[in-house]
Design a protein around this ligand. Structure first.
Ligand code: CP3
Length: 337
């Protein structure tokens, strides 16, 4: 069994398994070269391109897992929703979903109808090349997707999405339930084509109060993951106040922790009977290696109290990162430095 799967099963392999959120992407010159002339979502839907981009960081850094090159909005695009990714900005929707009528219109699309052919093909090509290295499939959690869809694009406090939960709870539940089925379908396509772990990204959950998270969000995120049949990681940013809820009643095998809280403190909150993933501060990637090295050693040390630790960043790799810093972190985790 690979070290990643062992850690997710609660074991402590000799070498700490490590991968990086957003490892496939803009910090790599070989990625930027491949992407010239192709729009982000078109690249995701071109199987040989998506597969090659997924493999690049595995070859370069020797990480313990590949993460599938795609995007959280891809299943929406496959469902026929008009969405593009604007460089430097993020997902932008032509028709924001704001009223009960908007919700009724979009939820009439059956998630079972989305065409997963290109995704399945890209996953199969990738898994064939990876050998024993596991492929992590992923999806966006319902709240993070709703935060984009309701607003129509990126926003700071996701006010419209948080407002809908209270102003029109029936529409909110219909929309979040539909998004959870959309993301679930995306996970199933990746699973059926050979992914061996899944991660649910709730990047913007930190804008919620613990009560709103528990009442209006957690049941929908849980539905996206429950019974998927693969080890799962549930990640959010700024979720310290409700980190224990991120376990989703025991459905998640690992909880992702951002950089704001020391890992040992996070373990006290989530419990020492679940794996954790994290939590190198992405800002430290800009620091001289000795400073970053001390930080990474500290994270590994604090992770020892967990029932399984997967080393990662507290959020994605910033585009301006020197890739050599990432390679050195892998070497350190593997006891090669
Ligand atoms: O992690 C990986 O390497 C796998 C691929 C991956 C991408 N997006 C590729 C991508 C994953 C797992 C995601 C998830 C994703 N997408 C999230 C959750 C993770 C997180 O970082 O919080 C979110 C919120 C999105 C939505 C999204 N897509 C944003 C905010 C952006 C950035 C826009 C920008 O240019 O600043 C994207 C675009 C995106 N997704 C890029 C990549 C490599 C950059 C596209 C480019 O090269 O221009």
């Amino acid at each position: 069994m690979s070290d990643l799967l062992r850690a997710l099963a609660g074991e402590t392999p000799e070498r700490t398994p490590v991968w990086f959120m957003r490892q496939a992407g803009r910090s790599l010159p070989e990625y930027r070269e491949l992407r010239v002339g192709t729009r982000m979502l078109d690249a995701c839907l071109t199987p040989d391109l998506a597969s090659e981009i997924t493999l690049q960081p595995v070859r370069r850094h020797g990480v313990d897992a590949a993460v599938f090159f795609s995007d959280i909005v891809i299943p929406l695009r496959l469902a026929g929703v008009d969405v593009v990714i604007e460089p430097g900005r993020g997902p932008v929707f032509a028709d924001p979903v704001r009223t009960a009528a908007d919700v009724a219109r979009i939820t009439a699309i059956d998630p079972a109808d989305l065409d997963g052919t290109a995704i399945a093909e890209a996953v199969r090509l990738t898994v064939a090349e990876l050998g024993d290295t596991p492929l992590i499939g992923f999806a966006g959690a319902p709240f993070t997707l709703a935060a984009y869809l309701i607003e129509g694009g990126p926003s700071k406090e996701h006010l419209r999405a948080r407002a809908m939960m209270h102003a029109d709870p029936a529409s909110w539940n219909a929309l979040a339930g539909w998004l959870s089925r959309i993301s679930r379908r995306f996970l199933e396509i990746q699973r059926d084509a050979g992914a061996s772990v899944v991660q649910l990204f709730d990047s913007w959950a930190g804008s919620l109060s613990p009560t709103d998270y528990r009442t209006h969000i957690a049941p929908h995120s849980r539905a996206a993951l429950e019974g998927i049949g693969l080890p799962s990681i549930h990640f959010g940013v700024g979720t310290g106040p409700f980190l224990a809820d991120m376990r989703l009643d025991g459905i998640a095998d690992a909880v992702g922790v951002d950089w704001r809280m020391p890992l040992d403190e996070a373990i006290r909150i989530v419990g020492d009977d679940v794996a954790v993933q994290g939590n190198i501060d992405p800002a430290l990637l800009q620091a001289p290696w000795p400073v970053l090295e001390a930080h990474v050693r500290d994270v590994i040390e604090r992770g020892r109290g967990a029932k399984g630790h997967v080393l990662n960043l507290g959020h994605g790799v910033p585009p301006e990162t020197d890739p050599h810093q990432l390679t050195r972190i892998v070497q350190l985790a593997h006891g090669e430095l």
